[in-house]
Write a protein that binds this ligand. Structure first.
Ligand SMILES: [Fe+2]
Length: 377
């Protein structure tokens, strides 16, 4: 049985194809918002090529210098482009840039007067009815987020200590351009943490309650590529062959979880990031093998999952993640992120994100989540 849907046009190609993509969308539109990471991007080869491709358009640039965008950040960017009648958004960057691009595409022409109005709008999903959503193009510069092929974006609300989601079927990108050469300059830590995030997307998609025959094929292909090339890409960061494999791994993981969403590991990761400031991919993968062990008997064709990891037991997956962390300079123990028993209790209590934890094949109690966290303390 299978029921798979993803409307994003995917181009595994050079960033230069963007000109053709823009002409396909609507030949006569004029105004584009370009979100990018900033830094040396404008002077980079990719930056210069992108600007050349956009020279016939009126472009408003937004430099995104933050990670884990908050609702206040989204409001800030919304105000910057509110009066610029944009007909398309191009986002080039990591997950934060793509999530902001997607969110801003969905907020086009909505009247939002304050941060609290935006908070309410997201909370009550008022943007879902918006008839003026504009097309957006996602160009990832990391291999991990999957945001270029999913229809939701993570927006944090630090003031209230929660993670929110801008989520609608109207928010799929028009096109995703996967150009692995954009990732060759990624530092080791970011290469590793984004790859671990993608590994979780693929694995959680595999065991998700909503998994299907098609998504599982993407999951297995993603896991094989990421596991097989993880060490190689860290040792040879400028080797495009390995970057290409990681980009495909991330893309396939994105295609898998675009239809299934994530489960317990992501759900537990949100309070870990809020309470301990843990990087997303580390916060998600730190519980992956523990949750695998709990889920194992409920997983369809669980032997294929272990085969994709190249192991024969759940404990070996734990060893593999610890090895990856060690190679990349991350700890696999919560105590090294300044966790304590009080924080672990708080994380366990706040680990039950709707649509994520209840998507896990085995129902976990707060006490079980606490035991998972204590086992990696
Ligand atoms: Fe993730």
């Amino acid at each position: 049985m299978g029921n798979y849907y993803n409307p994003v046009r995917i181009k595994i190609d050079s960033i230069d194809v963007i000109e053709d993509v823009l002409n396909t969308i609507k030949p006569r539109f004029t105004n584009i918002v370009l979100l990018h990471r900033g830094g040396d991007f404008p002077e980079s080869v990719a930056g210069r090529n992108l600007y050349k491709s956009l020279e016939n358009f009126e472009v408003k640039q937004i430099e995104v210098n933050i990670s884990n965008p908050d609702v206040e950040d989204l409001f800030h960017y919304y105000k910057q482009i509110e009066n610029f009648d944009y007909q398309c958004i191009v986002g080039i960057g990591g997950g934060s840039v793509l999530d902001l691009s997607k969110s801003l595409a969905g907020l086009k022409d909505l009247e939002i007067e304050s941060v609290s109005a935006l908070r309410t709008m997201i909370d009550q999903k008022q943007y879902v009815e918006n008839q003026n959503v504009v097309p957006w193009i996602g160009i990832p510069t990391t291999s991990g987020t999957g945001s270029e092929v999913t229809c939701w974006a993570t927006i944090w609300d630090h003031a209230n200590g929660v993670k929110m989601s801008v989520d609608s079927e109207h928010l799929y990108a028009h096109t995703a351009i996967i150009d692995p050469t954009l990732t060759v300059s990624l530092p080791k830590g970011l290469t590793a943490s984004t790859a671990l995030d993608a590994l979780c997307h693929a694995t959680e998609a595999y065991w998700s309650k909503s998994s299907n025959e098609i998504s599982r094929i993407y999951s297995l292909e993603a896991i094989k590529r990421i596991v097989h090339n993880f060490e190689k890409v860290l040792n040879h960061p400028t080797e495009v062959t390995y970057r290409n494999e990681m980009a495909l791994g991330s893309l396939y993981a994105g295609l898998a979880f675009s239809n299934t969403r994530t489960t317990a590991c992501h759900s537990i990761s949100y309070p870990l990031t809020l309470e301990l400031g843990m990087v997303h991919g580390i916060a998600t993968s730190i519980t992956l093998a523990k949750v695998l062990k709990i889920n194992f008997d409920s997983i369809i064709e669980n032997d294929k999952l272990l085969q994709a990891f190249g192991v024969s037991s759940c404990d070996e997956v734990q060893g593999l993640i610890e090895h990856f962390n060690q190679l990349s300079g991350f700890s696999s123990k919560l105590r090294d992120y300044k966790a304590n028993e009080e924080i672990i209790d708080k994380v366990a209590a706040n680990a039950f994100t709707k649509g994520r934890m209840d998507n896990n094949p085995v129902a976990l109690t707060q006490e079980e989540v606490k035991q998972i966290l204590l086992s990696i303390y």
